[in-house]
Design a protein around this ligand. Structure first.
Ligand SMILES: *Cc1c(COP(=O)(O)O)cnc(C)c1O
Length: 371
């Protein structure tokens, strides 16, 4: 009997026995936070795994966004996407920056570079794109625009853990001035709560490390008004163990994506993304898009029908960030400015997608959609 709910995600958990022995190490050392050995080891291990020069660990994925804006002294207006998790825009608001929403490209869900230039004003200082669902943004076009207008680029790469592009399999995290990751329980790689910032040089790494620890450079020197957002030893140890399992988890997700695509291709009114050429994906999400005219029932009707069967998809990202009360009054939040984002938000359902879905689970999800 399988009417137990199938959730949209399920956390990757380390082996409990192995975790216990690392906890014993921490107990023996009595060093539980403040730049301890596990913090250091996880930063090194992630830099190697992700193939990036420098990693700074954080307590979640929102504080590196807020800290990145501080570190680059971003002010005025920042161009961003409404099709994301609210934390992207909240990080701007917390820095007193005005978000300027630009519409997305329907073929990826990411900010449309062709619409960025017309949103640039004399107050624009940066672009904050998101690699939505882990699909890489058009990083070259975005950098060209940034260079032309002297803008910084901060990528919210919360979904893009391990994503690589091009013939050289370059990490997507190596683009822009800074990129940020989330290691929340719902993400491909988790430390329960956690996150990181990726930077290209040692000086920036140093500055970020100060900023996430109140601005302390040493015992008596505070170089900037920093915050406290450093990861503790226990979650760093948990992360080290999960990092060993993440490749297998991504491969399991890949197999789920293959099954979904086989079963759903050709259903009138249901579309989804295929792999992008030359991209190593992480299969963090499996969004489908419902065209009510062709499919016969609306997105919400399908969503609630799935729920009745215990298949708990999620409408990521609905409502759009630009629809929340904080942002709705902005000129750039007008729906006429964001037709593609509205279209995607009103048709999307993210299907259950994680490493532990059984064949029976996958079939139950598919059965809800096939008509
Ligand atoms: C999860 C997420 C965040 C925030 O991460 P937390 O670790 O939950 O603070 C930021 N941006 C996007 C796009 C996310 O999906």
């Amino acid at each position: 009997m399988g009417n137990n709910p199938i959730t949209v995600t399920s956390p990757l958990l380390p082996d409990l026995g192995e975790f216990h022995s690392l906890l014993q190490e921490i107990w023996d050392s009595k060093w539980i936070t403040n730049n301890g050995s596990f913090h250091h080891r996880l930063e090194e291990a992630l830099a190697e795994y992700l193939d990036v020069p420098y990693v700074s660990l954080f307590t979640n994925g929102t504080l590196p966004l807020i800290t990145a804006l501080q570190a680059l002294r971003i002010t005025g207006e920042v161009i961003t996407t409404p099709y994301s998790f609210v934390a992207t825009t909240h990080s701007l608001w917390w820095n007193g920056i005005k978000p300027v929403f630009v519409d997305i490209d329907l073929s990826t869900g990411n900010i449309d570079p062709n619409r960025i230039e017309s949103a640039v004003t004399s107050r624009t200082t940066a672009i904050m794109p998101v690699h939505v669902y882990g699909k890489p943004c058009d990083v070259d076009s975005i950098q060209q625009i940034a260079d032309k207008y002297g803008l910084r680029v901060i990528y919210d790469a919360a979904h893009a853990f391990g994503v690589k592009i091009g013939a050289g399999a370059t990490s997507i995290l190596n683009y822009g001035d800074l990129s940020t990751l989330s290691f929340h329980a719902t993400k491909v790689f988790n430390t329960i709560e956690g996150g990181a910032m990726i930077m290209h040089d040692e000086k920036t790494k140093q500055r970020i490390d100060y900023l996430k620890n109140f601005g302390f450079a040493n015992e008596t020197t505070v170089v900037a008004p920093g915050i406290n957002s450093k990861m503790d030893e226990i979650r760093a140890a948990y992360g080290l163990l999960n990092l060993r399992k993440v490749d297998q988890a991504i491969e399991a997700r890949h197999q789920v994506a293959i099954r979904y695509r086989q079963a759903l291709r050709g259903i009138d009114g249901i579309t989804f993304f295929d792999d992008m050429p030359g991209v190593k994906h992480n299969y963090s999400y499996f969004p489908i898009f419902v065209d009510a005219q062709q499919y016969g029932i609306t997105r919400d009707e399908l969503y609630f029908k799935m729920r009745e069967q215990g298949v708990l998809g999620r409408r990521y990202f609905y409502p759009l960030i630009s629809e929340f009360s904080t942002y709705r009054g902005l000129e750039s939040a007008r729906p006429e400015n964001l037709p593609n984002a509205h279209r995607m938000a009103s048709s999307v359902i993210c299907l259950p997608m994680h490493h532990a879905l059984s064949e029976e689970d996958i079939q139950r999800v598919i059965n809800c959609i096939v008509r």
